[in-house]
Design a protein around this ligand. Structure first.
Ligand code: FAD
Length: 108
């Protein structure tokens, strides 16, 4: 079976990296691609209870993926991960810092 922690870290890195390079003004095709990708991802994710909970979140509070801009997509994914953080008793991530963490790099 997959290592759920390594799989999770790697997957969030992929998801946030996709959002970080997603256009500020995506075409209809790009928005469709993002929506289809997340939908397939949520059904194929190789940790089944993770996948089920992610799908339920999207059917409820999370709603459908918000893909009309990079900012929206990044914030939506941040909320998605915060939902899992909450469930696992991890600290919530401040989504105002999403860009700094995943796109522009921490300033220090
Ligand atoms: P991770 O939580 O993987 O975080 C990696 C990095 O992301 C952090 O170092 C931090 O810099 C950054 N980060 C943290 N929170 C956010 C945020 N909200 N927005 C942006 N960046 C952030 N594990 C389970 O045990 N049960 C589950 O049900 C489960 N469901 C999952 C569902 C999905 C869709 C995914 C992708 C993963 C799921 N996981 C689940 C895995 C879990 O989320 C973690 O990836 C795993 O526990 C490893 O945690 P970590 O502490 O190494 O860092």
């Amino acid at each position: 079976p997959p290592d759920v922690e390594l799989l999770g870290r790697s997957s969030w890195t992929l998801l946030h990296s996709i959002a970080a390079t997603y256009p500020e003004k995506p075409s209809t095709q790009q928005q469709q691609d993002a929506t289809t990708f997340i939908s397939s991802f949520s059904r194929l994710y190789p940790c089944h209870w993770c996948a089920t909970d992610f799908q339920s979140w999207m059917k409820g509070a999370g709603g459908a993926p918000k893909v009309s801009s990079r900012q929206e997509f990044g914030q939506w994914l941040c909320e998605a991960q915060n939902e899992v953080n909450k469930k696992l008793g991890k600290e919530e991530f401040d989504c105002r810092k999403w860009e700094e963490r995943w796109r522009t790099g921490w300033k220090d």
